[in-house]
Design a protein around this ligand. Structure first.
Ligand code: C5P
Length: 315
């Protein structure tokens, strides 16, 4: 029987993010092109003792390879913790208690779905644990649990490049050609996702120019062309004005980042700025320049598309 299960899941950037009107349930209908990048969260389940009935998570600890938030995020409210409990409860299989370790490589509250990646990696890790003691959940059942955990969690499970509609959780895989090379810059001033969406609603009341961009055709054609210039020209994020209103420094970061490579835009709800470059060398050069210019900001390179959540090792 396993003593340790290791899984990983990707961070993401939205190549197109169109935000519709607010819905009665507090969410917004989206038309989103999600793109997974090879900056991955790692979740380890350390397994101890004999199978038990009831809750299985004994404790969790996050190790930060990015800036650490002020508050403690390790507890029963954490998405990774909730994901493990949800899989075991749904499967109805007795498994031993686990300690969860998360290696955090994707910014917290950064707009790259780091918390959702933790949840997705925890879902597949927990399902591998269940498989050692009984019948694991189907892909569909895992997807349904992902939907309940958060709007971005289903994409973190799936990876690649995908069109998301509804809350962003109704997904269809998209065709794409070639690799995209990115620099990600985090000004270390997190934006709570819900605040960015509600501020966009407010801004739209005063500014009729902020219409929803719900047609991703330009982007979907561009990503099949293997032409970075075309992809760069088609990138779009409806949430960008909200992120820039909340964090005015983003204007300067976007301008500077845009000068280093093809195009810079805010990733998801921000504040991370994603910079699309021609190739890996250009991305590394741009990352060096930006790290120097914005002393204290976090900067890394990544490329996509990358695979979704996977079990890396059972030992
Ligand atoms: O689903 P998740 O917990 O990641 O979403 C965080 C918040 O972002 C939601 O509570 C909601 O305010 C906002 N959101 C939204 N429309 C979406 C996704 C998220 O308004 N499609």
């Amino acid at each position: 029987m396993p003593r340790e299960i290791v899984a990983s899941a990707p961070g993401k950037v939205n190549l197109h993010l169109g935000v519709g009107e607010a819905r009665a349930d507090g969410y917004h209908d989206l038309v989103s092109v999600f793109h997974a990048v090879d900056r991955r969260e790692v979740v380890r389940l350390l397994i101890d003792g004999e199978p038990v009935d009831g809750p299985v998570v004994a404790s969790m600890r996050t190790t930060f390879f990015v800036d650490q938030p002020g508050e403690d995020i390790d507890g029963p409210g954490n998405l990774a913790w909730r994901a493990v409990e949800a899989v075991v409860a749904r499967a109805g299989v007795a498994v031993p208690r686990v300690h969860i370790e998360v290696d955090k490589h994707v910014f917290v509250a950064g707009g790259m779905a780091g918390g959702s990646a933790d949840a997705a990696a925890a879902l597949v890790a927990a399902n591998a644990l269940v498989a050692e003691y009984g019948d694991p959940l189907t892909t569909e059942a895992l997807h349904n649990l992902a939907v309940q955990l958060g709007a971005d969690v289903p994409f973190s499970l799936m990876g690649g490049t995908a069109l998301g509609t509804g809350r962003g959780d109704e997904l269809v895989e998209m065709l794409s050609r070639g690799r995209l090379h990115w620099v990600f810059v985090n000004p270390k001033i997190g934006i709570p996702t819900g605040r960015a969406f509600s501020l966009l609603d407010d801004l739209r009341h005063g500014n009729p120019a902020l219409v929803p961009h719900l047609n991703p055709t330009a982007l979907s054609q561009a990503i099949t062309s293997d032409d970075v210039a075309r992809v760069a020209a088609a990138l779009h994020n409806d949430l960008e004005p909200a992120a820039m209103t909340m964090r005015p420094v983003l204007k300067r970061v976007l301008e500077a980042a845009g000068r280093t490579c093809r195009r810079a835009l805010v990733s998801g709800s921000g504040p991370t700025v994603a910079v699309l470059c021609d190739n890996a060398d250009a991305a590394h050069a741009a990352a060096g320049q930006l790290a120097e210019q914005f002393d204290g900001y976090e900067v890394f390179v990544a490329e996509g598309p990358d695979r979704g959540a996977v079990v890396e090792r059972v030992s």
